[in-house]
Design a protein around this ligand. Sequence first.
Ligand SMILES: [Zn+2]
Length: 285
Amino acid sequence: MPMLGLKIDVDTYWGMKNGVPSLLETLKKFNLKGTFFLSIGPDNSGRAALQLIKNPLFLKKMMRTNAPALYGWKTALYGTLLPAPMIALSFPEIVKEIIAGGHEIQFHAWDHRRWQDELPRKSEKWIREWFAKGIDGFEKLTGKKPTAFGAPSWTIDDRVLTIIKEYKFEYLSCTRAKAPFIHESISVLEIPSDLPCFEEIDAQKEVSIIADLLKDGKTHVLPVHAEVEGGIFQNQFKELLETALNRNIEIIPLKVIKDKLDIKNLPSRKYKMELLPGRHSPCAV
Ligand SMILES: [Zn+2]
């Protein structure tokens, strides 16, 4: 049976507060489970404004996706004119609802924005502390350690993998590769998001584009953002779920894919960094 994994990233305070409840309702309506990757710590989204000056591709993406409509103007000021609010740590009751809904819950970030914009310039010490604070917060919220990590904006480097190894994650979802593989240097399974995100393709056509990609009968992972599919694209998301269900595609959390993979026969290799269509910075593939 063909399978579609839902990798749901929560990147912002707005997404945790508004997007997650909306997605929980949608998933409940269809009786589906997904994997929520949570940002735990500060929402420094406002710092993205600095990127507008530094990276013209980012400005293009902001214009195309109508970012203020996606996240609201307040989000655009967090960490600059307004203090950065905590993301998952501000909403322990929503975290409980995710768990009560039977969904998988995993670790996405401590400070999503800074990782996304500044990782190459940060020290190994900074990365270590980022993981320590994020996983500590995750444990406070869920009573458990995460068993998987999905890197913000699919950005990793060799230092990150070395630190990851110490956490003994069961799998990673840190890349946009086309198929699962083993991260060579640390022997850890990678379950990539192989499909495009809604905000990377034409808003009007995305449902049919993604639906077409599902026709091959293989296993796929859709990257979902609480801010997008739990916000302005919620109807398109429902439409896509309906289309997939009508085609007898099983929609599942990533841990189910992990359990079904023939791990011994997966290729082992190093990730590469690549600029994908619709993105403003390179992703691991
Ligand atoms: Zn993210």
